[in-house]
Design a protein around this ligand. Structure first.
Ligand code: KG4
Ligand code: ZN
Length: 335
């Protein structure tokens, strides 16, 4: 079974082709130009998707040495995300599926992240705890198998990536701020400043990051009334990063303990964070099986979309996916 995956939910255009659960090609075109606006501009994001999606598909077909009529099904992200961006991918997918008479499978982007561990480790074991942590989402899921999962906690305000981005902005840095804070932290002292770890209770798996952002703002105004110098930044960055990572690890490990689960999979853009990776990986010595996929599968990518479609098709009939009556929406998975 060859599945074409299409992902355009935010600011990455991605096309992948999978043969069963093996990735043949996974191409990602990222829209770096948003950095000069301090964040993603939705209208510009959709226009940029439109410009690159067709050449990216041609590139993917060429690299995998396939033609569109050799594809069995098309999987596309339909929610959640920026509606304009989602529409570009969904309409492109609908057009292809009508022209080439292919099954079309609408996919939830978060499900893509939840099961992305399978792209890394083909022997993915269930049940598992999945932490999805990006600029748009921060959530913990208990995943029973490829068809069943439950949301056990999510952010009540900002996502962790959003906190990195907004705090980097307070420090005078550009979007996306996460990688900048990560880099600055390498020469900083994480114990220098004590920023809050919100909602740090054992039996609650929700997150809150807007208080951290506010406290960093007041802290900068109070301690550095004349503005920040470049050499003030590493200690602030390292202390902020430690506060965010501490709470992400604490809640995820507690969720795993509560449910007596040893398999933990991390996904989403923030899983690029070096401290997050090392802190989670340190739990392998305590008997946990920690899976952090390669970066191309942690970031928004179409392989994770085609991957879900493959498992959906294993449990259903290809014929049931010729109903093109679906639309896109921005709704996230709610408890
Ligand atoms: O998954 P992603 O590419 O897009 C979505 O938000 O869906 O994630 C982007 C987010 C941004 O907030 C960015 O600052 C954050 O991931 N990020 C990081 C790092 N690399 C990317 N955050 C912390 N440390 C990093 N190294
Ligand atoms: Zn994502």
């Amino acid at each position: 079974m060859k599945i074409l995956g299409i992902e355009t939910s935010c600011d990455d255009t991605s096309i992948a082709i999978m043969e069963d659960d093996k990735v043949l090609v996974n191409l990602i075109s990222s829209q770096h130009f948003h950095s000069k606006y301090g964040g993603i501009v939705p209208e510009l994001a959709s226009r940029a998707h439109l410009e690159v999606i067709s050449p990216l598909l041609q590139d993917a077909l060429q690299k995998s040495n396939l033609k569109l009529n050799e594809i069995d099904a098309i999987a596309v992200t339909t929610n959640p995300g920026l509606v304009g961006s989602l529409l570009v991918g969904a309409n492109f997918a609908k057009g292809l599926s009508l022209k080439y008479k292919k099954a079309l499978i609408p996919i939830n982007h978060i499900e893509g992240h939840i099961y992305s561990g399978n792209l890394q480790d083909e022997n993915l074991e269930f049940p598992l705890i999945s932490l999805v942590v990006s600029g748009g989402h921060t959530a913990i899921f208990k995943v029973n198998d490829f068809t069943s999962y439950e949301l056990i906690g999510s952010t009540i305000d900002d996502a962790a990536g959003e906190a990195f981005d907004k705090i980097a902005k307070l420090m005078g840095k550009t979007y996306p701020g996460g990688p900048i804070i990560d880099k600055l932290s390498k020469t900083g002292n994480p114990k220098k400043y004590d920023f809050p770890r919100s909602m740090k209770t054992k039996d609650n798996f929700n997150f809150s990051f807007s208080g951290l952002k506010t406290s960093v703002r007041y802290f900068i105004e109070k301690i550095f009334p004349n503005g920040l110098e470049e050499n003030d930044l590493p200690d602030i960055a390292a202390s902020v990063q430690k506060a965010i990572v501490d709470i992400l690890v604490y809640k995820t490990i507690n969720a795993a303990k509560k449910h007596k689960i040893k398999n933990i999979v991390i996904g989403g853009g923030v899983s690029a964070n070096s401290l997050l990776r090392s802190e989670f990986l340190s739990y392998t010595s305590k008997g946990y099986n920690i899976i952090i996929p390669d970066m191309e599968y942690c970031l928004d990518n179409a392989a994770m979309i085609a991957n879900i479609a493959y498992f959906k098709l294993k449990n259903s009939d290809l014929d049931s996916y010729f109903d093109y009556e679906f639309t896109v929406n921005s709704n996230a998975i709610r408890a």
